[in-house]
Write a protein that binds this ligand. Sequence first.
Ligand code: F0G
Length: 351
Amino acid sequence: THQWRGIIEEYRDRLPVSDTTQVVSLREGGTPLVPAQVLSERTGCEVHLKVEGANPTGSFKDRGMTMAITRAKEEGAKAVICASTGNTSASAAAYAVRAGMVCAVLVPQGKIALGKMGQALVHGAKILQVDGNFDDCLTLARNLSDNYPVALVNSVNPVRIEGQKTAAFEIVDMLGDAPDIHVLPVGNAGNITAYWKGYTEYAADKVAARTPRMWGFQASGSAPIVRGEVVKDPSTIATAIRIGNPASWQYALAARDESGGFIDEVTDREILRAYRLLAAQEGVFVEPASAASVAGLLKAAEQGKVDPGQRIVCTVTGNGLKDPDWAVAGAPQPVTVPVDAATAAERLGLA
Ligand code: F0G
């Protein structure tokens, strides 16, 4: 009886639904806000991780998708479509099942993690691998939704942003106020837009006394906002944020400027270092793109941009199980032993 009801039921008065709206939910949201001990020590701050990999399909996308699918169903859609680097499509596929809808998915060929492909497949989505990048997929998805009977559920659909803003509400509800700084990975820039909307709404209604500075981090090979120009052939090992022309670019700039924050880049090496630190020292297994927030915080700290004593929240956007290749790569192969205690003890360094 005390189960978290999902973001629409929990925040119904702050979301674009009516009393009669039938909610399509997998009880998303209500994710852990985990104190990060090692990151706090390194920065001299109080650092928390908002662990979005704990959502039903393993990423923050479920917050936006419960809204998008709820509204699509309400409007009578029979089919939905999205472009994706893998998480949006996994989420759309699952929520479409709940709503009894057909789900079409466009992904960049060869550039999505296996776990995410598996999710779309097992939920029964119709998947097309596009011979192009994410930006090409989004152009194609918009075109199809403009010209055929299929509803677009990418974050260019404003109700997606509405759902995703609830993560900011949860953080304020937990901490009693907004943090000093909020750190996010940035790909298509929907999430930084959504958090900023959530924080500003709570501040306007005096639920929070302040808003945080928004710090966003793109991967170096896919950093159009940092460079100030479209990246034609984006690259990074963090495939979730391999995006060269973010749809919410202007909103991300607004979030940055209105909050007094910044958007910077982190290299793949810095991303992988943060990815390993999170798993090995904080006990939180995230996918590489998610580690961009933490990589960015560590970079900023090394540059002397982080004054001690602040309260900082880093969102880690997706579950590490979606893309385990980087956990296994470079790690030593486990040794094989016979069923023998003495040998096992010796190999484990216990004897
Ligand atoms: N982290 C993860 C794990 C993501 O999947 C994404 C975006 C982001 C961060 C960036 O968020 O786009 O709102 O700035 N993934 C999209 C997708 C593009 O298709 O799943 P953003």
